[in-house]
Design a protein around this ligand. Structure first.
Ligand SMILES: CC(C)(COP(=O)(O)OP(=O)(O)OC[C@H]1O[C@@H](n2cnc3c(N)ncnc32)[C@H](O)[C@@H]1OP(=O)(O)O)[C@@H](O)C(=O)NCCC(=O)NCCS
Length: 296
């Protein structure tokens, strides 16, 4: 009997029990294992995958994180970690998995993703359009010798009482309700900080730094203005000895220039793509970096 073609194999839901198989797949494609990130995405989102017919783990995987509607937006689902094992590449498996997820599982739901140059042609065929770009920066942050205006911004560690205000600000700026993701941040991240106006009453921003292999990733980074964004980054950088990574919307040129002056280097650009929605909801002027490019 002829074995089924790779694209005829069943697509199944992935759970946290698949975490090591997912990390193995990342490694197979030359990505970092990123177990901590996979753990978050499999817990807060929905993973989909295809078991390798040779019995060696997964042949393909991706993760979907769904966000609810708010007054600022109609709801959204973010797709990430789209991976096909090297030995099964270019056989239609990536297309089959993405078609299943986008056209069956998520039919009619506005979608977004950050695309690498490898994934972009496939996403364009599936109806995604590029609406923006994010620049990935990595490096050791050097503190400023002379402090700028952002030194006056009040930044402190978040406490439990801040959570409702963080969720409120996040929904307004992100344009969709991501309570199930943001409430995981106190456990998932190593640092969660907030910025307040001088009266101490209004939250003007918040940011997290979470551990990913050898770096701390800064994201989400939500801030009223550039000074607030810089103050949040400076505080987070002061709390780690690791290099930082962050993925900044290219429209935020002033922050990007400042991060490069502080020692971070440009590593890559990812295309921000959407489908069934002309642009991302919310307020991009206050959204500086995603929690992770895999989940928006
Ligand atoms: C991107 C990826 C998921 C595609 O999966 P795949 O099963 O190899 O792709 P398919 O065989 O279904 O091909 C779909 C289309 O993707 C594009 N594509 C796939 N591999 C490509 C490559 N090496 N170079 C350029 N385009 C490629 C082509 O447009 C292809 O259509 P075609 O075969 O008619 O030319 C896979 O190459 C991969 O895991 N890459 C590394 C991880 C990555 O970059 N993921 C994307 C994150 S956004």
């Amino acid at each position: 009997m002829t074995p089924p073609h790779i694209t005829d194999l069943p697509i199944r839901a992935l759970t946290v029990d698949d975490l090591h198989r997912c990390a193995d797949l990342s490694e197979d494609r030359g990505w970092l294992r990123e177990d901590h990130k996979w753990g978050l995405l499999l817990a807060a989102g929905n993973g989909y995958g295809v078991d390798a017919p040779d019995g060696r783990g997964l042949a393909a995987a991706c993760v979907v994180t769904r966000y609810g509607s708010t007054s600022a937006g109609p709801g959204l689902a973010a797709i990430g970690m789209v991976l096909v094992a090297d030995r099964y590449a270019r056989q239609g498996l990536g297309r089959a998995l993405m078609t299943h997820v986008c056209d069956n599982t998520l039919k009619g739901v506005p979608l977004t993703l950050h695309a690498t140059p490898y994934g972009r042609p496939l996403y364009e065929e599936l109806g995604f359009k590029t609406t923006g770009r994010a620049e990935m920066l990595v490096g050791s942050f050097q503190e400023e010798a002379t402090s700028g205006p952002h030194a006056a911004v009040r930044v402190r560690r978040a406490v439990a009482e801040d959570l409702p205000r963080i969720l409120h600000l996040d929904a307004e700026v992100f344009g969709a309700d991501r309570t199930h993701m943001i409430t995981r941040l106190p456990a998932f991240s190593d640092q969660l900080v907030v910025a307040e106006d001088s009266s101490g009453g209004t939250l003007t921003g918040y940011a997290a730094a979470w551990p990913n292999m050898h770096t701390h990733v800064i994201g989400p980074l939500i801030a009223r203005d550039t000074a607030t964004a810089k103050a949040l980054v400076t505080t987070l950088a002061g709390g780690t000895d690791r290099p930082l990574r962050t993925d900044v919307d290219v429209r935020h040129g002033e922050l990007l220039a400042w991060l490069k002056e502080r020692g971070l280097e440009s590593v890559a650009f990812n295309a921000v793509m959407t489908r069934d929605i002309p642009d991302l909801p919310g307020d991009w002027t206050r959204r500086w970096a995603p929690l992770t490019v895999a989940a928006g």
